[in-house]
Design a protein around this ligand. Sequence first.
Ligand SMILES: *Cc1c(COP(=O)(O)O)cnc(C)c1O
Length: 399
Amino acid sequence: MTGGFNGTALSCIPPAVSDSLTAFAQGKLAALEARSLKRTLVPTRRLDGLWVERGGRRLLSFSCNDYLNLSHHPAVKAAAMAAVETHGAGSGASRLVTGDNPIFGLLEAKLAALKGAEAACVFGSGYLANSGIIPTFVGPRDLILVDELAHACIWSGAQLSGARIEPFRHNDMADLAQKLALHRGEAERALIATDGVFSMDGDVAPLGEISALARAHDAWLLVDDAHGLGVVGQGRGTAAMFPQAKVDLAMGTFSKALGGYGAYVCASRPVVDFIKTRTRTVVYTTGLPPANAAAAAAALDVIAAEPERVAAVLAKARRFTSALDLPEAQSAVVPIVLGDEGRTLAAARALEDQGFLVVAIRPPTVPAGTARLRAAFTAGHPGDEIDRLAAAVRPLMAS
Ligand SMILES: *Cc1c(COP(=O)(O)O)cnc(C)c1O
């Protein structure tokens, strides 16, 4: 008996250990609180793809990544419910054991076709995908070049790999070229990793140039397109905006424009077969619940059938940037950088008082000194509400 289930074993933990741990956490929290950096969970009910209920108030959300409002789409919900009825609530095991529900293969074929790739592999989440894929292909004798604003899970994967990590300045091709020239020769293998659409800035990586540099220096290219799929490149993602770009590992998620949960990578057949054999976040983790895969497949069908839904996202974001004379939106995400954490929190509260949810994003999610309101636009946002939001944001931008 390994014990502890009835509480007896748990009570054997010396109280001093947990007191010291508690004191540690309290000290850390107090320090963060003093710098407006403590975070708290706020229970929020998403009523549909647009409206949320928070603190007893109904707010129009500009903080969900549900860019196509598919989380509440009837066909997507029906697919998820039918999959639960047929296949149950969970996968039951790792995909390599008994968890490889046939829905995964169908979804992978759909994804590969959409991305023009030979094959695809589905993951439990985007975080799991990047933290597993990167160490599968680079290790201690290798080099990984990462855009400084790339998503946290790319950094986790890079650190897990043990490879030499060289950050390059955001979207700065001269800096990337220089770092490749300096360090490529010392490494056996090299990987360049970047977001396609940057999650907190909404801008797009110059994948044509990055891909050319990758080829010139015999480096592989991983693109995390969590915010590009379903939004840019006619819904096919960032790489579709750069026809000459060759992306070796085209990763993305079901958790943003597809409205659900889970992730994928598209690549050549041998690369995908190797991932399914060796990537720790595939081998040692339970398969995605079948309902998530069914929902993602249904969401891809909606995207294919309704190009006007995809086009609406950029149109809505651009309505906002043009109303405020901001640089034209390149994706669903528009940052309004205010700099100071306290000021950004106050701005978010002021918008909440006017019926808008635009969450303040603070370090370490964004670099120090760049706290911001991050507005995310969706296909369904009414134009007059976007104008009303712009009018509410304008006075908050004047410092
Ligand atoms: C959200 C996000 C992820 C993580 O995806 P999850 O499926 O939520 O774990 C990875 N990369 C980027 C760029 C993201 O925005």
